[in-house]
Design a protein around this ligand. Structure first.
Ligand code: ADP
Ligand code: MG
Length: 340
């Protein structure tokens, strides 16, 4: 018998694609805060995120009558047409995250718009949305996610030790902190502050963040790069061979502010480093590629880790040339061996 699934089940199935573990929830919530123009984002975690994930921001907030819409599936304020999708500049656009998260946890959303004198809160428990009621909250938005996967035993079983899940969240926060240097981020675990990244207003302040994430030696072992051509701009820090690692775990590549893993990028980077790095060594870098949003399709993967460049060849050659040039001074010397 073929039947149409109830909406609640549809959301839980959709959640399976995007919400793999606590850090995926943090990613979706912090990206929403960034899309809301937040300048300060606070993330509080309890028990690796299994018990509580709370993200607070000072962004634009949500109108009281739109709170129920925010948690509805396929509901978004970010795109309205297929054409918008082609030019999407926000982190989100699928209108799925809050619907998914609220279907697999005990969920609360509290928000106050900047010009409003009251905040409102909605709760979703077991897929049931409670009516909005007044609440206390400064301008901005808080999302609380408790008891993740409490109603999805199969998923709950797959959660790892508290320490492991928190490590994933910490890694994610590092990658977000590098993506948005102008935003203040705070992360706490079980009531203890773990990270405080004040807004970085200049390159020097940004380097402090970079050193925090890639190690205090990295700034001295890297070159700053800022190169524009063919309507694209590549900036950031390329690690010298001395900063290379035995593992590819210090590579941050952002496309229009979004951390991505991409074959075209990986290939261009590998080629650029080919004659300065020994086999088996992996470069460290923090690179930001900016290009016209129309030149890159972000609607490839539900969690948006992947992108597709419309002009792959052009992007590849631009990346290769920029990096190759930056590394030229290294090449003028000799291949440098680096052991950790
Ligand atoms: P998407 O981000 O793809 O639009 P979400 O389910 O993540 O979908 O969010 C739905 C909508 O709720 C967003 O489009 C936005 O209008 C609103 N929203 C969610 N989080 C926030 C936030 N922190 N601040 C302001 N608005 C938010
Ligand atoms: Mg979103």
């Amino acid at each position: 018998m073929i039947r149409v699934l109830p909406p609640e089940l549809i959301n839980q199935i959709a959640a399976g694609e995007v919400i793999e573990r606590p850090s995926s929830v943090v990613k979706e919530l912090v990206e929403n805060s960034l899309d809301a123009g937040a300048t300060r984002i606070e993330v509080d975690i309890e028990q690796g995120g299994a018990r509580l994930i709370r993200v607070r921001d000072d962004g634009v907030g949500i109108a009281p009558d739109e709170l129920p819409l925010a948690v509805a599936s396929h509901a978004t304020s970010k795109i309205g047409s297929f054409d918008d999708l082609e030019h999407v500049a926000s982190m989100g656009f699928r209108g799925e995250a809050l619907a998914s998260v609220s279907s697999v946890a005990r969920f609360a959303l509290t928000s106050r718009q900047h010009d409003a004198d009251a905040a409102f809160r909605v709760e979703v428990d077991g897929g049931r949305l409670q009516a909005a009621r007044p609440a206390q909250h400064p301008p901005g938005t808080s999302v609380e996610v408790r008891d993740l996967f409490y109603n999805v035993p199969a998923r709950r079983k797959f959660m790892r030790a508290e320490r492991t899940e928190f490590a994933h969240i910490d890694d994610l926060m590092k990658s977000l902190a590098l993506a948005r240097s102008g935003v203040e981020f705070r992360l706490s675990h079980n009531g203890k502050p773990v990270r405080v990244w004040k807004a970085a207003r200049d390159e020097q302040a940004m380097l402090v963040r970079v050193a925090d994430v890639l190690g205090e030696n990295f700034p001295a072992q890297s070159l700053h790069l800022d190169h524009a051509a063919a309507g694209m701009r590549l900036s950031g820090w390329v690690g010298l061979p001395t900063a290379s690692r035995g593992q590819a775990d210090s590579q941050f590549f952002y496309v229009n502010g979004r951390l991505v893993r991409d074959r075209v990028v990986a290939h261009a980077v590998r080629q650029a480093y080919a004659d300065v790095l020994f086999h088996g060594r992996h470069p460290a870098f923090v690179l930001y590629l900016e290009l016209d949003p129309a030149g890159v399709d972000v609607n490839v993967h539900p969690a948006k880790h992947e992108v597709r460049f419309r002009e792959q060849r052009l992007v590849h050659d631009f990346l290769f040339r920029s990096l190759h040039e930056a590394l030229a001074q290294t090449r003028a010397g000799q291949v440098v061996d680096a052991s950790d």
